[in-house]
Ligand binder design. Structure first.
Ligand SMILES: *Cc1c(COP(=O)(O)O)cnc(C)c1O
Length: 428
């Protein structure tokens, strides 16, 4: 037995499923996960010393790759002065200023410790602001694991075959209405049937948890117009797309459409645990201590997390060419996948928004959850395992997006593309 499998066995004795987050167990691809020992640039190394080109990037945060020198230097500086005070610090202010200055429609921001906390808190705020208690989410969109959002969710909740978790009380589920992504008629019908009852609509403007699927322009406009008409708060969940699809996130892909609240996470922590929510000042001002909505966190705005996030966003902001490079690489990858598909007669659909990209084993276009679900998941498993053997570390599910980082080179991409070609040639 290799070290990873031995550690996995030991972990399973003391941690449910051997992991702290379900997708890491690789159960969706029927294999034991490698235990990762270290990362460097675009690569990660497991406990055996195997080297993998990393297309997971900690599920999104590591857009600068592993061990970015500015992030590391910043963390070293902070750690010497103390890791946590539970008191206001300058770096929190600088981080908030950087976000407010960089992002459209973010007038004020509050930092939390995960994306889950960000969406959960934004919803509480929307309910308080409107005095209503129902929310609308979209099938296949994932917003973390808080009770009211764990209904028809994407990501790990999909591959585990239990879209609705046990332990989420029915009465909470009743206040979460589920709509079809990119379907305005469906949304209209839901709004009409629940007049004056819906506090908020939460959406991944570029969804990444049912594979990559983005809002159509028409849907985005209709969604904003309808929510305004019904006095409903529109929340963009940009935990994945923020600072990923472009520096200003998915918002900037739909110019002229302003959400009321926006949630962030992943990249804004630069690899440390962070989330944030922000938006309109009149809504954000309802938060304690200046308003009646309670929300708090012992480690919220932690100096290490703030510094890692600050260095990451600062570097991204100063290097707009990073996004051009990421997009060019993703485009090259897309072409490589499509060509391999053609060459070896493997039906494959690639969805890509900027540098967010995912592949579905189907010849149909994929525009919503049902489309994603109709793709060949058995074939994906075979593909995934073969790619891992080729030294390419992909997210272990067809419902997850691939993440590129700025440390990747032309050569890395060529290596990935030839691996895909070899693996496609042998797919049953
Ligand atoms: C990852 C993710 C979350 C949850 O964030 P955590 O930090 O894992 O709690 C929420 N929304 C979206 C869109 C995500 O991709």
């Amino acid at each position: 037995m290799n070290k990873s499998s031995a550690y996995f066995e030991r972990s399973k004795g003391v941690m449910p499923g051997g992991v702290n987050s379900p997708a890491r167990a690789f159960s969706s691809v029927d294999m034991d996960p490698p235990f990762i020992e270290r990362g460097e640039g675009a690569y990660i190394y497991d406990e055996e010393g195997n080297k993998y080109l990393d297309f997971v990037g900690s599920w999104g945060p590591l857009i600068l790759g592993h061990g970015d020198e500015d992030v590391v230097k910043g963390l070293e500086e902070v750690i010497k002065k103390g890791t946590s005070f539970g008191a206001p610090t300058k770096i929190e202010m600088e981080m908030a200023e950087l976000m407010v200055d960089s992002l459209p429609n973010v007038e004020m921001v509050r930092m939390v410790n995960s994306g889950t906390e960000a969406t959960m808190s934004a919803l509480r705020l929307a309910k308080a602001f409107t005095g209503r208690s129902k929310i609308v989410k979209f099938e296949g969109n994932y917003h973390g694991h808080s009770d009211s959002l764990l209904i028809k969710a994407g990501s790990g909740a999909l591959t585990h075959g239990v879209p609705d978790s046990l332990g989420v009380p029915e009465e909470i589920g009743r206040n979460t209405l589920t709509a079809n992504y990119n379907d305005l008629d469906n949304l209209k019908a839901i709004f009409e049937a629940n007049k004056e009852e819906i506090a908020a609509v939460i959406i991944e403007p570029v969804a990444g948890n049912m594979g990559v699927i983005s809002m159509t322009e028409e849907f985005a406009r209709g969604l904003r117009a309808l929510t305004k008409e019904h006095g409903i708060i529109l929340i963009y969940d940009e935990v994945m797309s923020g600072f990923r699809v472009s520096f200003q996130g998915a918002q900037s892909l739909y110019p002229g459409i302003a959400p009321d609240l926006i949630c962030y996470g992943k990249i804004i922590g630069g690899g440390l645990p962070v989330g944030a929510f922000g938006g309109r000042k009149d809504i954000m001002s309802m938060l304690g201590p200046i308003g009646p909505v309670y929300q708090a966190g012992t480690l919220s705005g932690n100096p290490l997390a703030m510094r890692a996030g600050f260095e990451t966003l600062n570097k991204l902001g100063k290097n707009p060419e990073f996004y051009k490079k990421l997009e060019a690489m993703a485009e090259k990858l897309e072409q490589g996948i499509l060509q391999a598909g053609e060459r070896h007669r493997i039906p494959v659909t690639v969805n890509r928004v900027g540098a967010m990209i995912s592949l579905f084993f189907t010849d149909q276009s994929v525009r919503d959850f049902n489309g994603a679900n109709a793709a060949d998941q058995q074939r994906f498993k075979t593909y995934f395992k073969a790619m891992l053997e080729e030294g390419i570390y992909l997210p272990p599910s067809q419902f997850e997006a691939l993440f590129l980082n700025v440390q990747m080179t032309e050569e890395d991409l060529n290596q990935a593309i030839s691996a895909i070609d070899r693996v496609f040639s042998e797919l049953p």
